[in-house]
Design a protein around this ligand. Structure first.
Ligand code: MG
Length: 368
């Protein structure tokens, strides 16, 4: 089989809540996603989606997805999309870094492989390990009482895991964590995610002030070294996210006992091939994961569902149903949340049908 075309569409994803806010005053109101289709000489088409969390979260930005695809796309025409190893080696040889550009190519090729094998991706990623994937709800940064109210609302919809966006003023963040923990039941999970927003001193104050609470601390500071320093000052369970950029940082974190849990964002590490490697390493090392992405709609959610469904329950700390945060559906047969959980389709590949006719003219088309 050969790749004959690569097509990309720019797709706007407005938010149901109107705005998503996290540390350092950052927010997004309309997410900018790129949907990719890879055409082949077999007639099979693979799809994927890449959606950075704005431009100020990771070294990634929405227009960069399209610019990067224009750069590497011509070098992939004629390759066998079912040879995932070769596809990834060629992408890495053609462009240093930029994993969020390579992720949709890798994932669309996985979609083709699944369709060619007539198997769902969860079967190819290790086999179904759980039927229901437990979800967390991210609580956008607002005043403490408002965030507690939002948690109560999402709890009524079935969620039992919550990730508070903190990483602002330390005293206000302490109030946020206390207000939100107070309205939860024992057994409900609360993660305080600073998204790199605290200095070392601020983080030290916050972890000391919440030492009596059942709360997880996620990515308090920008660098790995700062996070490690805070990790050694707190007994709270500790999550690393932004600094776990690939297998190298995961191995370092494991060797240095830097975390109890990681956030495995599929586009941050370059797609399903690399995410699967890291997932397997985490399982072998006893590290649970939140399996998710930087953002996205129906196609990203389907991809998360397949990787999460093929991960044993005890190692799948949580996952994200990004398609329930937005107002726009971009693919048929995407996973839908039921009572704080979702599952992955048993249809071949990702099991979704992108509504390409609703996307308008492609932003990019490369053909043989
Ligand atoms: Mg995080």
């Amino acid at each position: 089989m050969k790749i004959t075309s690569i097509t990309a569409w720019q797709v706007d994803l407005p938010l149901r809540e109107g705005r998503y806010s996290w540390s350092n005053g950052n927010f997004v109101e309309v997410f900018d996603a790129t949907v990719v289709a890879i055409g082949t000489d077999s007639g099979l088409t693979g799809y994927a989606e890449s959606c950075p969390l704005g431009s100020a979260y990771l070294p990634a930005y929405a227009a960069g997805v399209r610019a990067g695809l224009a750069e590497i796309g011509p070098k992939l025409i004629g390759l066998d999309p079912t040879n995932l190893g070769e596809i990834n080696r060629r992408m890495d040889a053609a462009l240093k870094g930029h994993p969020y550009v390579k992720a949709p190519i890798d994932i669309a090729c996985w979609d083709i492989l699944g369709k060619a094998a007539n198997l769902p991706l969860h079967a190819l990623l290790g086999g179904a390990a759980q039927e229901r994937v437990a979800l967390y709800r991210a609580i956008s940064q607002e005043a403490p009482a408002r965030m507690a109210e939002k948690i109560a609302g999402y709890r009524a919809e079935g969620y039992r895991k919550f990730q508070l966006k903190v990483g602002a003023d330390a005293d206000e963040d302490i109030a946020r964590i206390r207000a939100c923990r107070a309205i939860l039941d024992p057994g409900d999970i609360l993660v305080a995610d600073a998204n790199t927003g605290w200095t070392r001193a601020e983080a030290a104050r916050v972890v000391a002030a919440v030492a009596d609470l059942d709360v997880y601390i996620e990515q308090p500071c920008p660098t790995y070294e700062e996070c490690l320093s805070i990790r050694r000052r707190t007994a709270r369970p500790f999550v690393l996210d932004e600094v776990i950029t690939g297998p190298d940082m995961l191995v370092r974190g494991l060797a240095e006992d830097a975390m109890d849990i990681i956030n495995l964002k599929i586009s941050k590490v370059g797609g399903l091939s690399k995410a699967r490697l890291m997932r397997d390493l985490c399982v072998a090392s006893g590290i649970p994961m939140t399996i998710e992405d930087t953002w996205g709609g129906d196609i990203v959610t389907a991809c998360i569902a397949h990787l999460a469904r093929s991960t044993p329950t005890e190692f799948c700390f949580s996952a994200t149903d990004f398609n329930s945060y937005g107002t726009r559906s971009i693919a048929a047969n995407a996973p839908r949340r039921v009572d704080g959980g979702m599952t992955a389709s048993d249809a071949p590949g990702l099991g979704v049908q992108p509504m390409v006719e609703s996307f308008g003219a492609p932003a990019l088309r490369i053909a043989a």
